[in-house]
Design a protein around this ligand. Structure first.
Ligand code: PRP
Ligand code: URA
Length: 210
């Protein structure tokens, strides 16, 4: 059975995604919004981290409280646009390791082409969060997750900001064990496999290229 995707409905996320979509939003604000939305998404995606009890002394008394139970995490952005999400994720979990997977979509076929892969050596002991703001056809996400699975991580979650139904279907079919978190589920893809209404080319908007 495949995991149900998490689709955010928080007003702060909806508000920030609106400004992310707006074509008048420049690169500086776009990067800030990607980081803020990633923090809010990671807050949800880390909700099931296990806790353990510790005894501490407050200025008043001794008490039993909880801390995260030593779980090791890894963040793996898909280059380029996923890089925009790394700082937001590290803001919440500074001790996480960061791997990188380089993929670009061939402009004609829209199929992903891999050009880089460097993952933490102990990834088999880690819970992996794959980061990419856009889930369009799903080709890049499906390929990146297949690469990571070859190294047998403990678990994989996929965190994106805007998803198309086509990409959501592709990832749940290929990787039913991977939970997908998205800030918005859009209508469809256009003839160039861009998300509608979407936000355009995320990498170009983050890095100011065209
Ligand atoms: C974008 C985006 C995803 C991919 C999504 O990257 O960041 O990685 O497209 O499309 P898909 O679901 O159809 O595979 P792009 O290929 O434009 O590369 P870039 O980030 O280096 O610009
Ligand atoms: N990649 C993007 O950056 N935007 C889209 O809409 C689709 C793929």
């Amino acid at each position: 059975m495949s995991m149900q995707p998490f689709i955010a409905d928080h007003p702060l996320i909806r508000h920030k995604v609106t400004f992310l979509r707006d074509e008048n939003t420049g690169s500086k604000q776009f990067r800030e919004l990607i980081q803020e939305i990633t923090e809010l998404m990671m807050y949800e995606a880390t909700r099931d981290l296990p806790l353990c009890d510790v005894e501490i002394k407050t200025p008043i008394t001794t008490t039993t409280c909880q801390v995260i139970a030593g779980r090791k995490l890894a963040f793996v952005p898909i280059l380029r646009a996923g890089l925009g999400m790394v700082d937001g994720a590290l803001e919440l979990v500074p001790a996480a390791r960061v791997g990188h997977i380089g993929l670009y979509r061939d402009p004609k076929t829209h199929l992903p082409v891999e050009y880089y892969c460097k993952l933490p050596s102990d990834i088999d002991e880690r819970d992996v969060f794959v980061l990419d703001p856009m889930l369009a056809t799903g080709g890049s996400a499906v390929d990146a997750i297949s690469q990571i699975k070859k190294r047998h991580p403990r678990s994989i979650k996929f965190i994106c900001i805007i998803a198309a139904p086509e990409g959501m279907a592709a990832i749940t079919k290929a990787h039913p064990d991977v939970q997908v978190y998205c800030a918005a589920l859009d209508e469809r893809l256009n003839e160039n496999a861009y998300i509608v209404p979407g936000l355009g080319d995320a990498g170009d908007r983050i890095f100011g290229t065209k």
